[in-house]
Design a protein around this ligand. Structure first.
Ligand SMILES: NC(=O)C1=CN([C@@H]2O[C@H](COP(=O)(O)OP(=O)(O)OC[C@H]3O[C@@H](n4cnc5c(N)ncnc54)[C@H](OP(=O)(O)O)[C@@H]3O)[C@@H](O)[C@H]2O)C=CC1
Ligand SMILES: O=C1O[C@H](COP(=O)(O)O)[C@@H](O)[C@H](O)[C@H]1O
Length: 461
């Protein structure tokens, strides 16, 4: 809910990083253009930089992200920005930050640094007495495993009230993810099929064609499972599988998502495949014998009335053939069609929600072609064509965080459930298998789906 709190400054820690360049600056530019950015923005970074150099960083990022740039908007944005240089592990940096903040008392501190810095930054902010009426937004992954997520939460809640903590997961700001709740329950055609009697398997794919160039320092500490499955994809799954919320509040929605996560047993390490693309170990910043996974595939279960017996397969990887993120429900095959001369077995229908790129929904039907062979026939809709262009996720999340609206941010209960589910895979990681860049990952992942429909080629634009 939009609250009474409103930030009087946005402070970005990690302002020279990949996320700032790719997402934060373009989102701030959009908010500036809509007249929704009303406070100064302070970037904090390790290197010495003038205001003009920071402005250049912002300009380059925005020009790289936007087809056409409104110069006046861009200059307004850079004009409200300031820069504070310093290492985030030393107290002097916070002294300089306090000076820059002056009398402003309601900063939103946005931590987009390597996660290992989250606790030290919050400690330093507390020691510098900067947390009073502030809010702290932290990027994922929140912790490194279940124990460290709990420890981080203890650290934060020792100096902050829960209402001051915003756990950011940008997938929760993506329009098709938000739309899932409405699509599922406002359409009986979908709602009637959305359970174990109709669905034989759920497949979630997050494929990226790029690698981890330039982010090795971060990625070597994390790997695919922690980077995108523990957070983005499990939280999407919770929305895909939940029962209808009893009311409109954030708590109502999270209660239902958390119910799903609680119904999921810990992942089985024998149903987990790790891969690493060939060439990863040669990247600057990567250990030559690194066993960090750039691909992960796993099988999960949801032991509740709606989903018992329906396997959930999740795969995510870098350097796969395309960039696409989708959720696919594979429906039961129809009964054999005795009225046809050569009936054969007709494939089950599929419902696909594409999250990226070009969000949309596909219903895959079966039809007979001219040669009387069964062919998959897609019925597709692209949301932006029907519903208009949505806000970008970081635009939505930053605006919400700046205006005190907490509905898009994950509660600690959800974060801990996600860690609990994958914890055995972190404790007992299986060996990592190499795969060629541009392939669909290591062939060992095919064995995971044995007994269920094979991995489906994603729906790409
Ligand atoms: N990149 C992405 O696409 C996404 C990233 N995220 C999350 O965002 C967070 C940051 O990721 P990303 O931007 O990729 O990481 P990067 O490694 O690209 O950036 C990290 C930033 O932290 C700064 N930093 C690191 N150590 C210190 C220090 N001791 N003192 C001061 N500054 C320091 C770096 O400064 P310097 O430039 O000097 O090294 C840099 O600005 C992570 O939690 C990640 O999970 C979330 C969604 C998407
Ligand atoms: O959190 C992360 O997400 C990005 C992918 O985000 P998208 O919105 O562009 O799909 C991923 O590339 C990155 O590794 C990860 O840290």
């Amino acid at each position: 809910m939009a609250g009474t709190w409103e930030a009087d400054t946005l402070v970005i820690f990690g302002v020279t990083g990949d996320l700032a360049r790719k997402m934060t600056f373009p989102a701030l530019y959009k908010l500036e253009g809509r007249g929704l950015l009303n406070c100064p923005v302070v970037g904090v970074g390790r290197r010495e930089m003038s205001h003009e150099e920071l402005a250049d960083l912002v300009r380059t990022a925005v020009e790289g992200a936007e087809e056409s740039v409104d110069r006046a908007v861009l200059e307004r944005l850079t004009g409200r920005m300031a820069y504070v240089a310093g290492d985030l592990t030393v107290s002097e940096t916070y002294g300089r930050l306090a000076q820059e903040l002056g009398r402003r008392r309601r900063p939103l501190f946005y931590l987009e640094t390597p996660p290992a810095l989250f606790a030290p930054i919050v400690d330093q902010l507390a020691s510098a007495r900067l947390l009073g009426q502030a809010r702290v937004a932290l990027e994922k992954p929140f912790g490194h495993d279940l124990a460290s997520a709990r420890a981080l939460d203890r650290k934060l809640t020792a100096v902050l009230d829960e209402s001051q903590i915003l756990r950011v997961d940008h997938f929760l700001g993506k329009e098709p993810v938000i739309e899932l709740e409405y699509l599922r329950f406002a359409n009986s055609a979908l709602a009637e099929l959305w359970h174990r009697d109709s669905v034989v398997a759920i497949q979630i794919t997050m494929a990226e064609e790029f690698g981890v160039e330039g982010r090795a320092g971060f990625y070597e500490q994390v790997g695919a499972l922690r980077d995108v499955i523990q957070n983005h994809l499990l939280l999407v799954l919770a929305l895909v599988a939940m029962d209808p919320p009893v009311g409109p509040s954030a708590t109502d929605l999270w209660d239902k998502r958390i119910e799903v996560l609680r119904a999921m047993p810990e992942a089985d390490v024998h149903a987990y495949v790790r891969g690493q693309y060939i060439g990863y170990q040669q990247l600057p910043g990567v250990a030559p014998d690194s066993t960090v996974e750039t691909y992960a595939a796993l099988r999960l279960e949801i032991n509740n009335w709606r989903w018992d017996g329906v396997p959930v397969f999740i795969r995510a990887g870098k350097r796969l053939p395309v960039r696409v993120t989708e959720v696919r429900l594979i429906l039961r095959e129809p009964p054999r069609l005795g009225f046809l001369p050569d009936p054969g077995q007709v494939a089950g229908n599929q419902i696909v929600l594409r999250i990226d790129p070009e969000a949309g929904m596909r219903l895959q039907l079966s039809a007979l072609d001219e040669e009387s062979a069964w062919r998959p026939v897609p019925l597709d809709t692209i949301f932006a064509r029907e519903l208009g262009k949505p806000l970008a996720p970081y635009e939505r999340l930053l605006y919400a965080a700046l205006t005190g609206d907490d509905k898009y941010f994950a509660p600690q209960r959800a974060v801990e459930e996600c860690w609990r589910i994958i914890q055995p895979l972190l404790t007992y990681p299986p060996p990592v298998h190499p795969y060629p860049p541009g392939s669909w990952g290591p062939p060992q992942a095919d064995a995971l789906v044995a007994g269920s429909p094979p991995w489906q080629r994603p729906w790409v634009p």
